[in-house]
Design a protein around this ligand. Structure first.
Ligand code: NAD
Ligand code: UGA
Length: 476
């Protein structure tokens, strides 16, 4: 399939202008002023939002992103809905579309839904003109490159209006950025992983990264290792969080303190100190989806024990979230019906507007189910997004109506605490660590509770304000 092609890459198209496609291409454009980058999306509203003048309203919130967009947009970075022409004119195409978990059919609830990726491959087959390097940026099940290749090769045979018969190489180049620190992660990655068969195509992608990434950090693997390494990295990270959260529960029962335990084990440099913060359970669009995908693949390849091992990481996470909701109810005398509870933070972590799989969704739903009245604060998340997230998945109209009447939203901390029985901190936004608890206590019902699932409040100040305090993993 590879045709000798020594020409340099001058035009790159990225399909998918989401949390990965957007920031990734912004940083690429900043680092490679000699290349033009075209970010396309089927969602025209999203493209409009990337193109608007008010940089505070970009579709993705990431520290530092707005300034880079300002610098590059219109120079060598373009956001466009013209998918056809941008594919046709590009030498390299990144596929950065969503790969959610399938909700129906074979593998429902676990396998990745590859319909968006397949659609992209068909679009590329249809419009590409010359030799094109197709790069998997999305996180994909191992062996997806094979599917993409087959589509690229075979779909063309049935396409009448593409007389050019382009040739293709497929590479896997998974993205390891974390939301909230995406710009830093892209500027200074721990490593860049490139998997593929064609040495020449790999070299071309390497040349792009070498504009800012030292060559020793660019790892070359076979394509299947690259695909599997991405799923494995996320599974290992999520596994650490489930591990530490399981021990947090044990700390609470035994008088130990999870922060001390984390520090004690983290100083063993075989274990390392990162990703050992106990919290309300991992969220984000990828950990759960990628582990479930690993579970599905393990089962598919006849390895049920491997599947069960990884599935337990997700089960622990879900148990942990419900554990927090139950504990809130217990501490508030076994009932929260009609009680006002202030929820601080709805994003799945600080410094992002993303709420996908946020622990706040499950915990808020549990509290609403128990009859609480919630006032939800988040400095960045949009109220409409919370509305979507708090709808029940079974679309039960009665429950949805009941839920929607039982919560309100504010992005100002001024009125959140009035008459509240409890404050529940779910996202580690920095402004929550500086709350004046003495003042807040005066506004709250007595006894007033603070539930800190992120270990960010100053416990002394909370207790001095005569508030009761529960902190995750604090059994002291
Ligand atoms: P996203 O939902 O934010 O963005 C995906 C975009 O692709 C959407 O805007 C959608 O409209 C667009 N799209 C879908 N099909 C299309 C098509 N045929 N043509 C044009 N546009 C199309 O998703 P995301 O968070 O950016 O994730 C993308 C991929 O990257 C996923 O596989 C994810 O697992 C992986 N990933 C995500 C992160 C992260 O932090 N979010 C990090 C690393 C890897
Ligand atoms: C994660 C990975 O860290 C990235 O490397 C990967 O590229 C990305 O998934 C992906 O594939 O989507 P992200 O989900 O953006 O990044 O955020 P993380 O910082 O990993 O946090 C995930 C969740 O774990 C958050 O809810 C966070 O609050 C929680 N967490 C994280 C903890 O509870 N404790 C920790 O010590 C670290």
């Amino acid at each position: 399939m590879t045709k000798e092609n020594k020409s340099k890459i001058t035009k790159i198209c990225c399909i998918g202008a989401g949390y990965v496609g957007g920031p990734t291409m912004v940083v690429f454009a900043d680092k490679c002023p000699h290349i033009n980058f075209y970010v396309v999306d089927i969602n025209e509203k999203k493209i409009e939002a990337w193109n608007q003048d008010d940089l505070k309203k970009l579709p993705v919130y990431e520290p530092g992103l707005d300034q880079l967009v300002k610098k590059c947009r219109g120079n060598n970075l373009f956001f466009s809905s013209d998918i056809e022409n941008n594919i046709a004119n590009s030498d390299m195409i990144f596929i950065s579309v969503n790969t959610p978990t399938k909700t129906r059919g074979i593998g429902a609830g676990k396998a990745s839904n590859l319909m968006y990726v397949e659609k992209c491959a068909r679009q590329v087959a249809m419009y590409a003109k010359n030799h094109t390097i197709v790069v998997e940026k999305s996180t994909l099940p191992v062996r997806t490159a094979e599917v993409i290749k087959t589509i690229l090769e075979e779909a063309q045979d049935s396409i009448q209006n593409n007389p050019n018969k382009p040739t293709f190489d497929v590479l896997s180049n998974p993205e390891f950025l974390s939301e909230g620190s995406a710009i830093k992660d892209l500027n200074v990655p721990d490593r860049v992983l490139i998997g593929g068969e064609s040495e020449e195509a790999i070299n071309k992608l390497c040349e792009i990264y070498k504009n800012w990434v030292p060559e020793v950090k660019i790892l070359r693997t076979n394509i299947w290792s690259s695909e599997l390494a991405k799923l494995t990295a996320n599974a290992f990270l999520a596994q650490r969080i489930s591990s530490i959260n399981s021990i947090a529960a044990l700390c609470e029962s035994t008088g130990a303190d999870i922060r001390e335990v984390s520090r004690a084990i983290g100083t063993d440099n075989r274990i390392g100190s990162k990703f050992l913060d106990s919290g309300p359970g991992f969220g984000g669009s990828c950990f759960k989806k990628d582990i479930l995908n690993l579970v599905y693949l393990s089962k598919h390849f006849g390895l049920p024990e491997v599947a069960a091992f990884w599935e337990s990481v997700v089960e622990m996470n879900s148990w942990h979230q419900h554990r927090i909701s139950k504990l809130i109810v217990q501490k508030l005398f076994g009932t929260i019906t009609g009680k006002k509870i202030a929820i601080l933070g709805f994003a799945f972590k600080a410094n992002t507007n993303d709420t996908r799989e946020s622990a706040a969704i499950q915990i808020c739903k549990d509290l609403l189910e128990e009859g609480a009245n919630l006032i939800i604060h988040d400095p960045i998340v949009d109220e409409n997004q919370i509305k979507i997230d708090l709808k029940t998945s079974n679309n039960n109209q009665k429950t949805n109506l009941q839920f929607s009447n039982s919560w309100s939203f504010t992005n100002s901390l001024d009125n959140v605490f009035i008459e509240a029985h409890a404050v529940v901190i779910l996202t580690e936004w920095s402004e929550y660590s500086n709350i004046d608890w003495v003042n807040i206590a005066k506004m709250m019902k007595k006894p007033g509770w603070v539930f800190d699932s992120r270990l960010i409040v100053n416990s002394k100040k909370v207790l001095e304000a005569n508030l009761k305090l529960w902190r995750i993993g604090d059994g002291t």
